[in-house]
Design a protein around this ligand. Structure first.
Ligand code: SF4
Length: 61
């Protein structure tokens, strides 16, 4: 499983990093994914961060 942040779409609200701090962090007012491969135990966090994003900038697959 992977999570990808669309940097152009991200408005830097920080919500994903609050909801899923193990998976997303803020860097220069944009969210970045902290791990190349999302492990099973992080999948729920990764998905909820994506679900919370107000501009649907996070693709989880
Ligand atoms: S929730 Fe969406 S818009 Fe907000 S920082 Fe994360 S990726 Fe960017």
């Amino acid at each position: 499983m992977k999570a990808v942040v669309d940097m152009d779409a991200c408005i830097g609200c920080g919500l994903c990093a609050q909801v899923a701090p193990d998976v997303y962090k803020m860097e220069d007012d944009k969210a970045v994914v902290t791990m190349a491969e999302i492990s099973e135990d992080m999948a729920e966090q990764a998905q909820s961060g994506s679900d919370q994003c107000p501009v649907n900038a996070i693709a989880v697959s």
